[in-house]
Write a protein that binds this ligand. Sequence first.
Ligand SMILES: [Zn+2]
Length: 411
Amino acid sequence: MNTTTLIFLVLVLLWISIRLYLNHRQLVHVRNHRNAVPKPFDETISLAEHKKAADYTNAKGRMSNLSLILEVLLLLLWTSAGGLQWLSSLAISFSHHYIVHGLFLVTGLLLISSVIQLPLTLWNTFNIEKKFGFNNTDLKTFIIDRIKGLILFAAIGLPILSLIFWLLQQAGDLWWIYCWLAWTGFGLLLGWAYPTFIAPLFNKFSELEDRELLEKINTLLSENGFNSSGVFVMDGSKRSSHGNAYFTGFGKSKRIVFFDTLLESLSHEQIIAVLAHELGHFKRKHIVKGIIVNAVITLIGFYLVDQFIHSQLPATLGVTDTSQITLLILFVLVSPILSFYLQPIFSWWSRKNEFEADEFAKQKSSATDLVSALLQMYKDNASSLTPDPLYSRIYYSHPPAHERIAALQQV
Ligand SMILES: [Zn+2]
C-alpha cells in the first residue's frame, strides 16, 4: 500500500470516527436530559412532549449512525475497492463517446447508491416518522415521488452534466472557469424556475384564502417595502406533519410559502412573527450573500478538480482510468472527507443569520409572538430542547432553543 492510499484511508477513518463520536455525544446528552423539561420551557412544554422529542431525536440519531457507516462503505466500494473503475469499464463497453460514457457513469453511480440506501430511507419514512406520528406518505406517493425525481434528473441533471463534460473535454486549460460560469448560471436559473415550475410537481400550492390573515401579511410586507408574487399554502401534510414556512425564488418569481400544517397550529400573530423572521433574512441580504458564498466555493471546487485530475492522486484511489470525466466524478465522491471540516463554519454563519433575522422580527413584529411560535414549532416537530453543545455547534443551522429564546427575550 502506498502512502497516498494510506493517507486516504486515515482521512476516511477520521471522518467517520468524528461523526460517529458527535452522534454518540448527542444521543447521550439527550438521553441524560430526558426526564426533566429544562428551565425556561417547563411552563409551555409538558414532560410527555419533552420525552417524545428525546425519543425521536434518539431514534433519528441511531439511524444516522447506520447511514454514516453505509456512506463510508459506499465510498470505499466506489474508490479503493474499484467500483468506479468497474463501472467505467462497463460504460465504455456501452459507448465510447465521452459524454455518453460520463452520463452512464453518473446515472449508474446514483442508481446503485440509492438502491443500497433504499432500506434505510424506507425505514426512516415508514417506521421512525410513522411511529412518532409525522409520516403521512403512503407507498404510492413514495414511489411516485421517486419516479418524478428520476424524470427531473433526466430533464435537468443530464443536460447540465453534458454541458459540464463537454466543457471539461473541449474548453482547454481554463475549462474550470467556463464550467463554473455554466454551473452558476444554471443554478440561478433553477432558483428562479423552482417555485413556479418544479415545486408544483411535488406539491399543490394554493393562494392563501384567509382574508384577515392576508391583510395582516400584506401590511407587514408593504411596511417593509417587500414585493412578492403571492402568498401560498403548500399541502405539506400530504407527506409529513412537520411544519415550515419559507421564501423562495427571486426577482418577480419570489413567493411566500406556508405549509398547511404550520397555518393550522399557529395563531395569526405567531404567523406574522414567523413571516417577519423570514423577511429578516431578505432584508439582511442573507439570500444574496448565500448565493455569493456558494459561487466562490464552487469556483474553488472547480479549480481543485483541475488540480486533482492532473495529479497522481486518482491512481492511488483505485482508478486507473485516465478519462477526465471519471476523475471529476471521483473528486466529487471523495471531497466530503475534507469539506466536512468546513461544516462548523457554515453552521456558525447560518446561526448568526438566524439571530439577525430574529432581531429583525423582534423590531418589526413581536418577540413574545415569535417565542411562542417557536415553542409551538419545537413541540410540533419534536425537536430536542437539550442538544449536546458540541454537536449543535458543528451541525445546527439554527441556534439551540435556549440560546435563541434567550436572545429574543433580551430587552
Ligand atoms: Zn431563519
